[in-house]
Ligand binder design. Structure first.
Ligand SMILES: Nc1nc2c(c(=O)[nH]1)N[C@H]1C(S)=C(S)[C@@H](COP(=O)(O)O)O[C@H]1N2
Ligand SMILES: [Mo]
Length: 297
């Protein structure tokens, strides 16, 4: 959990922020990440970058794993602006570049567990979501954070075909969103996110199933009431609001006690391993004290 660009961000704050970062640019910010700085969590090497960028779930581009990388073509994500609003004192609109300028960029190597029982070890680049939320200053009425993905009919074939209830909506409780593990990712493997991985900015909450990690965000809204998320609406018996990784809560279509981990050698290089409660991030357990995790799944 090394903060690769903290120094840079601070220097930039101290200098004339505008001029320096204009010169630096987004590519510059990534160039400043030290090479080969990715420390894998114990016992698991990083998943091949190629697997991460070609085996995807991004239903806006189709339901097949290769649809997002094959069909993202006209969508770069660069055009998107993230709006932060709702129960906050200071709403705002940000490009990815502005977010990095304001909140810095660090690298976090996290395990990502999809509810379909596969997993990857990914070196994310981004910043703690809490930094952005504190900047927006939540009102006392704010209890949940809603994440809305882009839904662009002219760029996203499945949005055009209305084959799923878009826009894709996800949400966290405010305290989950403020947890230091929760990131807004702007990159991975030391590069800006590719369209198929949710450019320019996506959510990452490593103790939850991957479907919570809403991609290509256009809006983060703080609200008082728990919203109905896309997957709950679709099949609430299969996908709960919390979606905490839990080997003891079975899913009707996939075993949740083990998973197929994609290794460094490509999609055929896999190992089976046991799935851990909270995907191994046990430090989040206090967030759920008093909740029956088999009911609130
Ligand atoms: N907007 C949007 N976000 C999404 C999805 C999606 O279909 N649309 N799929 C989710 C699922 S099920 C998973 S497992 C992860 C996959 O992220 P990756 O393709 O970058 O590995 O993205 C999540 N975020
Ligand atoms: Mo998933």
């Amino acid at each position: 959990m090394k903060n690769c660009t903290a120094v840079t961000a601070e220097e930039v704050f101290r200098a004339d922020r505008r001029t320096v970062l204009k010169a630096l640019g987004l590519a510059g910010a990534y160039a400043l990440l030290p090479a080969a700085s990715f420390a894998a969590p114990p016992g698991a090497p990083l998943t091949a970058e190629k697997s991460f960028t070609t085996y995807n779930n991004f239903y806006e581009f189709g339901f097949g794993k290769s649809d997002p990388s094959r069909r993202a073509g006209a969508f770069t994500g660069k055009e998107l602006i993230l709006r932060v609003d709702g129960e906050v004192e200071q709403s705002g609109e940000f490009t990815a570049e502005e977010l990095i300028r304001l909140f810095g960029m660090e690298e976090r190597v996290y395990a990502m567990r999809c509810v379909e029982a596969w997993s990857m070890i990914v070196p994310w680049n981004g910043f703690e979501l809490g930094k952005l939320l504190r900047h927006a200053r939540p009102r006392p009425s704010a209890r949940f954070v809603v994440f809305e993905s882009a839904a662009l009919p002219d760029r996203m074939p499945a949005v055009r075909a209305k084959s799923f209830p878009f826009p894709y909506i996800e949400a966290l409780r405010l305290d989950e969103a403020m947890h230091p593990l929760t990131l807004l990712a702007t990159g991975a493997y030391g590069k800006p996110l590719l369209p198929q991985n949710g450019a320019p900015v996506r959510l990452v909450a490593p103790w939850k199933y991957g479907f919570k990690y809403a991609k290509s965000l256009v809006r983060i809204s703080l609200v008082a009431e728990r919203p109905l998320t896309t997957w709950e609406r679709r099949a609430s018996d299969e996908y709960g609001f919390y979606a905490n990784v839990n080997p003891r809560v079975p899913h009707p279509r996939w075993p949740q006690d083990t998973e197929t981990l994609f290794g460094p050698g490509g999609l055929r290089d896999t190992v089976q391993r046991p799935t851990l409660l909270f995907n191994g991030y046990g430090e989040v357990a206090p967030l759920y004290a008093g909740l029956d995790l088999s009911v609130e799944y």
